[in-house]
Write a protein that binds this ligand. Structure first.
Ligand SMILES: *Cc1c(COP(=O)(O)O)cnc(C)c1O
Length: 360
């Protein structure tokens, strides 16, 4: 069966499906957990709730093997590390990169070292790194400190760094843009996504451009990326020393792919904007309750950006918009409980008490 006619029942991951577009050869040992092929879910209830006049589809990346889009880049990074004969891989992470690195390293039988900012990792992500068996180090510092240490580690000891400073990660991540084009039949008018270290916006733009150049789509979207207001170096125009946001996956003060993000926004006539935590958490709760999509807080930043742009002239009526839901909501159950703002109602174990409590 050729790659392009492969059905989802036979899906074997993004490298095999898009090999012609990726830096792999027959000599590359493919390490895959069958990532990718995630659904593009229509979210018209949300659009109606916010008073929009456009079509919205959510690329639900929380349904990847470790529940975030990071798996697309990690399958390639770990495969290339194996091709080079690496025995140890390392990454700094706000949580999802480490979850993904730990899983793919386990699959490839590599040692994995993870460096995390102590106290700022969502519980689901931390539990993943530990159960997949990674050597997990917490530092008294933020993500930017962790990334600096990992860069230095990569330069001094024999470890392969699998952060997005490892350029093959971006190559793997661009497959999400390919899938969107394949699923819609063409590129959307706009693509919205959260921006932290800015690897993903760089990757999507590269993916859309490559599909356009190879005539797999006749248009390219305007790229609209959103940072959290307390961690918005690209919008503010300078690194942020102490980034702060409840959306921990984008709590980054000095993005590694700074220029890639700026280029994506400029070339596509898009934008990079910022949204407050209040706006992010409002969008987070709204998308769960209108369309049944439980994504992690960072994923809601582009939805908050959409709400913010309802009354600007950015989006013409009838536009087709896609947005990346970068990670699954179950990664951060503490935040969900806080944001839902209520406890289960406790009643006596009889039907009358339940009927009384539910008020119907
Ligand atoms: C990594 C991540 C981001 C940010 O992506 P960048 O490529 O760093 O901009 C956003 N959301 C989630 C859930 C992530 O894991």
């Amino acid at each position: 069966m050729s790659a392009s006619t492969e059905t989802s029942a036979h899906w074997q991951g993004v490298i095999r499906h898009y090999a012609d577009y990726l830096p792999v050869t027959d000599a590359t040992p493919i390490v895959s957990l069958c990532e990718g092929n995630t659904p593009l879910v229509p979210a018209q209830n949300f659009v109606e709730a916010i008073g929009g006049k456009f079509k919205l589809y959510l690329k639900y990346e929380g349904l990847n093997p470790t529940a975030s889009f990071k798996d697309r880049g990690m399958t390639l990074a770990i495969s290339k590390a194996c091709e080079k004969g690496a025995e140890v891989v390392a990454c700094a992470s706000t949580g999802n990169t480490s979850a993904s690195a730990a899983a793919y390293a386990a699959k490839a039988n590599l040692k994995c070292i993870v460096i995390l900012p102590h106290g700022n990792i969502a519980m689901g992500k931390l539990s993943q790194s530990l159960i997949y068996g990674a050597e997990t180090i917490a530092i008294n510092g933020n993500f930017d400190d962790a990334l600096r240490i990992v860069r230095e580690l990569g330069a001094t000891v024999r470890v392969e760094v699998v952060n997005s400073i490892n350029l093959v990660r971006i190559e793997g991540q661009k497959t999400a843009a390919f899938e969107i084009c394949d699923q819609l039949g063409q590129a959307p008018d706009f693509h919205f996504l959260p921006v932290g270290n800015a690897g993903n916006i760089t990757a999507y733009w590269r993916g859309f451009k490559e599909f356009f150049d190879r005539q797999r789509t006749d248009r390219k979207p305007r790229m609209c990326g959103f940072q959290a207001a307390g961690a918005a170096p690209l919008v503010d125009g300078h690194p942020v020393e102490n980034p702060k946001t409840a959306a921990t996956a984008i709590r980054i003060g000095n993005p590694a792919s700074w220029s890639g993000a700026i280029q994506a926004a400029r070339e596509s006539k898009g934008l990079i904007g910022k949204v407050t935590d209040e706006e992010i958490l409002h969008a987070y709760k709204t998308i769960a309750q209108t369309d049944g999509i439980f994504a992690e807080p960072a994923s809601a930043a582009p939805l908050a950006g959409l709400i913010k742009n309802i009354h600007t002239r950015l989006i013409p009526e009838g536009s087709v918009i896609t947005a990346t839901m970068t990670g699954h909501g179950l990664k951060d159950p503490d935040r969900a409980l806080l944001t839902a703002g209520k406890e289960p109602t406790l009643v006596d174990p009889d039907t009358a008490s339940v009927i009384k409590a539910i008020g119907i």
